[in-house]
Design a binder for this molecule. Structure first.
Ligand code: SAM
Length: 226
C-alpha cells in the first residue's frame, strides 16, 4: 500500500493502570531509547520515568492540543526520529487521544510499533467471571443522557459481554440508565484495579449496584461489565 517505509518510528507503549510495576522490560527499553516521549499529562509520566530513572524529553499530547502536536510529531518522524506515545494509564489509543495520532502516523506512511501491556478493560473483564470469548467494548458512553440512552438501546439485543468505561461523577446516572434501558441484569463494577483500593464488585442486578453507590460515593476509576 505504501511505496516506502520511512525511518521515523512511533512506538505505542503501554504503561501501568495503577501499580507502577505493571510495565514490561521492553517498554522500559523503548522509553529509554527514543528521542522523546509524547504523553497526556507530563506530571504523571514523569512519576513513572523517575521511578525507573529514565530521563527523556516529554512533549504533552492531549485532547485539546492534539491537532497542533500531531503536526510536530509527524515532522519529527519525517526527520527520522523515534517517538514513544504513552497515555495517562494503560494502552494508548484505547479510549484516549492516542488513536488520532496513530491514525495520522499510519496515513503518513510511518512505521507504528505496539509495545503491549496493561489495558483497563481487559484486566476487568478477566476477573469478572463473565464470558470472555465474545465481548463488545464500548469505551465511554456519551455524556449527554439522551445520547447515552440511545447508545444503550442499540445494545439491548446484544448477547456478548458488554464492557464500558465510566468516570466517578457519572457512574450512578449511567447505572440508572443501564437498568432502565437494558433491564436489571447481572453486573460487575471493577474499581481502582491494581491500586491500593482495588475492588471488584459483583452485583446480582443493576439495582443493587445503584443502591451501593447511593450509599458509598463512587471514587476512582471504573470499568462496568454487563
Ligand atoms: N488507555 C486506557 C486503557 O488502556 O485502558 C484507558 C484510558 S481512559 C481515558 C481511562 C478510563 O479507563 C477510566 O475512566 C476508567 O474507566 C478506566 N481505567 C483506567 N485505569 C483504571 C483502573 N486502574 N481501574 C479501573 N478502571 C480504570
Amino acid at each position: 500500500m505504501y511505496n516506502e517505509i520511512k525511518s521515523g518510528i512511533l512506538y505505542v507503549v503501554a504503561t501501568p493502570i495503577g501499580n507502577l510495576k505493571d510495565i514490561t522490560f521492553r517498554a522500559l527499553d523503548i522509553l529509554s531509547a527514543v528521542d522523546f516521549i509524547a504523553c497526556e499529562d507530563t506530571r504523571r509520566t514523569r512519576v513513572l520515568l523517575e521511578h525507573y530513572q529514565i530521563k527523556k524529553p516529554l512533549v504533552s499530547y492531549y485532547e485539546y492540543n492534539k491537532i497542533k502536536r500531531i503536526d510536530f510529531i509527524l515532522r519529527s518522524l519525517e526527520e527520522g526520529k523515534k517517538v514513544a506515545l504513552v497515555s495517562d494509564a494503560g494502552t494508548p489509543g484505547i479510549s484516549d487521544p492516542g488513536s488520532s495520532l496513530i491514525k495520522k502516523t499510519v496515513e503518513a506512511g510511518f512505521r507504528v510499533e505496539s509495545i503491549p501491556g496493561a489495558v483497563a478493560f481487559i484486566s476487568a473483564l478477566v476477573v469478572s467471571g463473565f464470558r470472555t470469548d465474545s465481548v463488545v467494548f464500548e469505551g465511554f458512553l456519551p455524556a449527554k443522557p439522551g445520547a447515552r440512552r440511545k447508545k444503550l438501546a442499540g445494545l439491548k439485543q446484544e448477547d456478548r459481554t458488554i464492557v464500558l468505561y465510566e468516570s466517578p461523577h457519572r457512574i450512578l446516572r449511567c447505572l440508572i440508565d443501564i437498568k432502565d434501558v437494558l433491564g436489571d441484569r447481572k453486573i460487575v463494577v471493577a474499581r481502582e484495579l491494581t491500586k491500593m483500593f482495588e475492588e471488584v464488585l459483583r452485583f446480582a442486578c443493576v439495582e443493587k449496584a445503584i443502591e451501593h453507590f447511593k450509599h458509598k460515593a463512587p471514587k476512582g476509576e471504573f470499568v462496568i461489565i454487563i
